[in-house]
Design a protein around this ligand. Structure first.
Ligand SMILES: [Ca+2]
Ligand SMILES: [Ca+2]
Ligand SMILES: [Ca+2]
Ligand SMILES: [Ca+2]
Length: 603
């Protein structure tokens, strides 16, 4: 029953009033009644048309309030439903379809009318809600107002497991509602896929590391809608080493997101395992990536440190020249140490270095930047270190240090070999693991994780961890050039003339260059800066160079890090005897070009 329609259909204000009064049971209706009386009594606003109403006597002043007999336009009383005019149905949402398969969409419409079945004079707000959309298993599109009072929204079933979903449209201004019930048809299982694992590497059982990982799989229907309430069974692809699904977690039922969770526990043998998830009703299955089971502890011989360039140009007199440092660490099996293992760095002689980095997938990186102060030899030893295990020779191949394994590398406290003499010297930086203020040598015991639960023969008399390290030298090469080794070249300072016979060659080679820093000579001299170039050229009639005549200085810490320099001078067979020329070597280093010359003569 709709109040305005009652008013017009009654044909008389007093009849309408009596009918309205029969519905009046509350004080709340009193104000509505007053409004109705105003409307039926001849107010001109709000779309009310006295002439169309017919039974109302509007008098001669049907518009405006110019007469004292007229009252203000009626306050609109809005309702929400669908349709218009006599086709208006109150309280019901119009739906383009009321049965929706997973991933299907329906268009929902509601219409707002005032007490005269006319569109509202102002914009109103309508909101839509339902249980499935609240659960994230259905969704509404944007609410659009097609015309004033006519609202439209799309509804998509995203795999809701409810048999039906009641959608409610709320007219915010007065809390009136319209509803429709949509029948949900659950999706078929199309796929089972791996989503995530809390850990993709696990410690061997019993060594105190992380031994479990929670895995999530997704069961999906058409267009990736989640499939709710399906049973999924889990298994491990190999029985080797005792890796297994945690008891009680061998099966699970998909949640509102279509997801299932399970937990794998590690066994006592290292290696990769996979978890298989099979949806029970369809047999559809998914498989996890490798979950690697290992000690998770870096092996001293598997701690690899690289950096580059070793001989950066300009670092000797310029701050913030950078060198990239990379760490790759592995356990005794070559597998990753535990993600998040911290690697620390020190550059005790010169420059600035990243404090530490955390291993991810066995690797992490740091940066060294040139800065004062600088040693006279312009060579800085940088060290990386972490907690790990001493390397041993695994005689019986069980991955465990045991009584049959007699050889291991006993490590003293890690130190930076600043003077590059291959041994610790007092004053060199060291990692004082036992905090006793002195650098201790090895303890003659194998230090590493106790694997007695993996193999009862394990020997665990040493410490469970030891500091393992790597170090590299950075050379702050200068750009000035010295010839370190002449090879078969004559000394250009002596003025020796290179003789090339007509139709023949003079082959010169074996030359090495070094930078101008004599303080490094005790260590073999410093190389030229990385990427410096050396180019030979020849001047003179009938003279030419054959073969390779230009070189680039390699990455390295010694003059011999780059290949030896050489050149082949050719004299034409028809050359005039006595012709002379000049062999020129041009060395281009950052900010400086240097030339060396030799006289050449065709006898
Ligand atoms: Ca062994
Ligand atoms: Ca030791
Ligand atoms: Ca030393
Ligand atoms: Ca110590």
């Amino acid at each position: 029953m709709h109040a305005p329609r009652t008013c017009f259909a009654a044909g008389s204000g007093s009849t309408a009033l009596s009918r309205w009064l029969s519905f009046s049971r509350t004080a709340a209706l009193t104000s509505a009644l007053a409004l109705l009386l105003t409307a039926c009594g001849g107010g001109g606003g709000g779309g009310f048309n006295p002439a169309a109403a017919g039974s109302v006597t509007p008098g001669s002043s049907s518009t405006g309030n110019s007469s004292g007999n007229n009252t203000a336009p009626p306050t609109p009383v809005y309702s929400i439903g669908n349709g218009s005019g006599t086709g208006y149905t109150d309280g019901v949402i119009d739906a383009s379809k009321t049965t929706l398969q997973a991933a299907e969409t329906a268009t929902l419409r509601v219409n707002i009318v005032d007490q005269f079945n006319n569109p509202p004079a102002t914009d109103l707000v309508v909101t839509f809600s339902s249980t499935c959309t609240s659960d994230g298993l259905a969704s509404f599109g944007d609410v659009t107002q097609v015309a004033r009072g006519l609202f439209s929204v799309t509804y998509t079933n995203k795999g809701c497991d409810k048999a039906a979903d009641v959608v409610t449209a709320l007219l915010v201004t007065n809390n009136k509602q319209a509803t429709v019930t949509l029948k949900m048809v659950g999706p078929d299982v199309i796929s089972v896929s791996f989503v995530s694992a809390t850990f993709t590497q696990l410690a061997l059982a019993g060594i105190g590391g992380n031994e479990t990982s929670e895995l999530i799989f997704q069961v999906s229907g058409p267009q990736a809608v989640p499939v709710v309430g399906k049973t999924v069974n889990f298994s491990v692809n190999t029985q080797v080493g005792g890796a297994s699904i945690l008891s009680g977690r061998q099966s699970a039922v998909t949640d509102q997101a279509g997801q299932v969770h399970t937990i794998i526990t590690s066994g006592t043998i290292a290696g990769p395992v996979n978890v298989r998830a099979v949806e029970q009703s369809t047999g559809k299955q998914g498989i996890s990536p490798d979950i690697v089971i290992s000690t998770g502890i870096a092996d001293a011989d598997r701690f690899s440190m690289t950096l580059g360039p070793h001989n950066p140009g300009l670092a000797w007199n310029t701050d913030a020249v950078t060198v990239n440092i990379n760490i790759i660490a592995s356990d005794i099996f070559g597998n990753n140490p535990t993600d998040g293992t911290r690697v620390s760095f020190v550059s005790s002689e010169s420059g600035n270095i990243t404090n530490s980095c955390l291993l991810t997938d066995g690797a992490c990186s740091a940066t060294w930047r040139s800065s004062a102060s600088r040693p006279l030899d312009m060579r800085a030893t940088v060290m990386a270190y972490t907690s790990g295990a001493e390397h041993f020779t695994d005689n019986n191949g069980n991955g465990v240090y045991d009584s049959t394994d007699t050889t291991f590398k006993d490590l003293g406290e890690a130190y930076a070999d600043e003077n590059e003499n291959g041994q610790y010297d007092v004053g060199e930086y060291f990692v004082d693991t036992n905090k006793n203020g002195v650098r201790d040598p090895g303890n003659n015991l194998w230090d590493g994780p106790c694997l007695s639960k993996v193999d009862s023969r394990a020997v665990c008399t040493g410490n469970s961890t030891v500091t393992i390290s790597g170090s590299q030298v950075i050379v702050m090469s200068r750009s000035d050039v010295r010839i370190k080794t002449l090879g078969t070249f004559p000394d250009p300072a002596l003025g020796t003339i290179i003789s090339v016979t007509k139709g023949g060659y003079a082959d010169l080679g074996g030359m090495y260059l070094e930078d101008g820093n004599t303080n490094a000579d005790i260590l073999g001299g410093n190389p030229l800066p990385n990427q410096s170039t050396v180019v030979f050229s020849i001047e003179g009639d009938s003279l030419s160079l054959k073969g390779i005549s230009s070189y680039t200085i390699s990455d390295g810490i010694s003059p011999e890090s780059s290949p030896p320099l050489g050149v082949s001078i050719f004299a034409d067979s028809g050359a005039v005897s006595g012709t002379t020329g000049v062999l020129r070597m041009t060395v281009t280093a950052p900010g400086l070009t240097t030339q060396f010359t030799w006289s050449v003569k065709i006898p």
